[in-house]
Design a protein. Structure first.
Length: 343
């Protein structure tokens, strides 16, 4: 179709819908179907289809008695929802602004910028005063925010590879080995956990699904190959088995809770598999079917003397060795501190 005089730049359908909501919500404007088709550079049937889409979203229209050049003017009916597309309740808007704070933890990524951009497009519909109230209605609090600006391109490439199911080759730095290595992986999803971003992917080298800390991924390059996501991973089972972020074999874990801490612990949700057993001596035993002892050990240490790891035996022995090393280190440092004080 030839471009008409005064035609604005071409919009996508979603762009036209947002603009239609803005225009039809302004009762000061007298716009006919012909006016709208001229404004968007499209035909009247396209505008009618867009208005039908808005009706499906819950909007209703009225043809006012005002007539311009034998064509009736369109406006939203008085009972039409407030001009936010689609119709949002206050609870839904508050949830969106809470999500904005969640994405703030992904500082420097395209997710943060996309969340800000999406809300910026919505805010004109309900005004700056309501936007400020919504931003203060819910507070999401967590630890320090990591800046992913240096990994912006890597995260964007990984996100595209996940969506289009493309095999990528990554360079990954191993803290345990202290060296970087290359892996061909099938990226399944980006996982946001404990103020950090992880890639969940199937590693061709290891022939298993693993988690990779994004801040330790230095390069991401497409290989030109695709993959079938369902062939290696049920992400629900994969993630539910983990106590935290680290993977490992599925293991039965037993933890004893001492009586004075039982009331506090029995209301906690530690893992989807948790089962509680109450004993006559007043203790509580928590049984878990899980993987990832590293995260479990960190949590046990944070609980002090409230808990005792009971099984499996090899984990108990390893945890005892960890506590022994910590105790020896503190004892050595304490002795050095006393010598320094005396001198």
């Amino acid at each position: 179709m030839a471009k008409r005089p005064g035609q604005s730049r071409e919009l996508t359908k979603s762009g036209r819908l947002f603009e239609l909501i803005r225009l039809l919500g302004d009762t000061r404007k007298n716009l006919t179907l012909y006016d709208l088709s001229e404004r968007f550079g499209t035909d009247i049937r396209t505008i009618q289809r867009d208005m039908a889409t808005l009706r499906d979203m819950g909007y209703s229209f009225s043809e006012t008695s005002c007539v311009v050049g034998r064509a009736r003017v369109r406006h939203f009916a008085p009972e039409a929802p407030f001009c936010v597309a689609p119709e949002f309740t206050n609870e839904e808007l508050s949830a969106l602004y809470a999500t904005r704070q969640v994405y703030a933890f992904l500082k420097g990524t395209h997710f943060e910028k996309a969340a800000e951009s999406a809300l910026a497009k919505m805010e004109p519909f309900f005004g700056p005063d309501m936007a400020e109230r919504l931003s203060r209605a819910v507070l999401v609090k967590t630890g320090p925010i990591r800046d992913y600006s240096g990994h912006h391109d890597a995260i964007r490439r990984l996100n595209d590879a996940i969506i289009f199911r493309r095999v990528v080759r990554i360079q990954y730095f191993s803290l345990r080995k202290g060296t970087a290595d290359y892996f061909c992986v099938h990226p399944y999803l980006l996982l946001f956990y404990s103020n950090a971003v992880y890639l969940v992917a199937f590693s061709e080298k290891h022939q298993e699904s693993r988690t990779f800390a994004v801040e330790r991924i230095n390069h991401v390059n497409e290989t030109g190959s695709g993959f079938e996501r369902s062939s290696h991973l049920d992400e629900t089972d994969f993630l539910n088995n983990h106590f935290g972020i680290h993977s490992g074999p599925l293991t039965t874990v037993c933890i004893k809770v001492f009586p004075e801490h039982k009331r506090r612990m029995k209301d906690k949700i530690l893992h989807p598999s948790q089962q509680f057993t109450f004993s006559r001596d007043g203790t509580l035993t928590i049984t878990l079917q899980m993987s990832g002892k590293e995260d479990l050990f960190k949590w046990l240490l944070s609980q002090g003397d409230a808990l005792q790891l009971m099984a499996p035996a090899e984990w108990v022995e390893e945890f005892q060795q960890l506590i022994g090393k910590m105790t020896a280190r503190y004892a050595r440092d304490s002795a050095q501190t006393k010598l320094l004080t005396c001198s």
